[in-house]
Design a protein around this ligand. Structure first.
Ligand code: SF4
Ligand code: SF4
Length: 126
C-alpha cells in the first residue's frame, strides 16, 4: 500500500503538481531552495514517504532494519535531493501518510537566521 489509493483526485493532482514545482525550483529558481533549506531543521528519518508521492518509486527498497532505502541514492534525481523545500512539500507528504511525520520541519522565515542546513540536500531522502 503506497498511501495514494485513498486520496481524492485533487490531492493526487497536488502531488504531481508538487513534483513539477520542485523541478521548476531546482531548474530555474535555486535561490528559493537555498532559502527553504536555510529554514529547514531536523534530519531524514528514512520513512520513505517522499518516495511514494503520486506513485511508489521503483527504486524504493527496505533494509534489514525495516528502514526505507533508495537503491540509487548516490545518483538520485535532484527532485529527491532537495526534498523537502518548504511547508508545501511537507503538507503533500503528510497527505500520503497523515499518521507519521517527516523528520524535517521549517522555522518561520524571520527566525531562520542560522542557515545550518543550507546546502544539506545530500543528506535528504532515504
Ligand atoms: S525526507 Fe522526510 S518524508 Fe522523505 S524519507 Fe526523509 S523523513 Fe521521510
Ligand atoms: S530517493 Fe530514490 S527511492 Fe526515493 S523517489 Fe528518489 S530515486 Fe526513488
Amino acid at each position: 500500500m503506497d498511501g495514494n489509493g485513498r486520496l481524492t483526485l485533487g490531492a493526487r493532482w497536488a502531488l504531481w503538481w508538487g513534483k513539477a514545482r520542485r523541478y521548476f525550483y531546482h531548474s530555474f529558481y535555486p535561490a528559493y531552495i537555498a532559502r527553504g533549506h536555510a529554514r529547514r531543521r531536523g534530519e531524514c528519518l528514512r520513512c520513505g514517504v517522499c518516495c511514494r508521492l503520486g506513485t511508489r518509486c521503483s527504486h524504493l527498497a527496505t533494509d534489514e532494519r525495516g528502514m526505507s532505502l533508495c537503491l540509487r541514492h548516490a545518483i538520485r534525481p535532484r527532485n529527491c535531493r532537495v526534498f523537502p523545500i518548504d511547508e508545501s512539500d511537507l503538507a503533500e507528504r503528510d497527505s500520503v501518510s497523515p499518521g507519521t511525520r517527516c523528520g524535517f520541519s521549517f522555522a518561520p522565515e524571520r527566525l531562520a537566521e542560522c542557515p545550518k542546513d543550507a546546502g544539506a540536500e545530500g543528506r535528504a531522502g532515504p
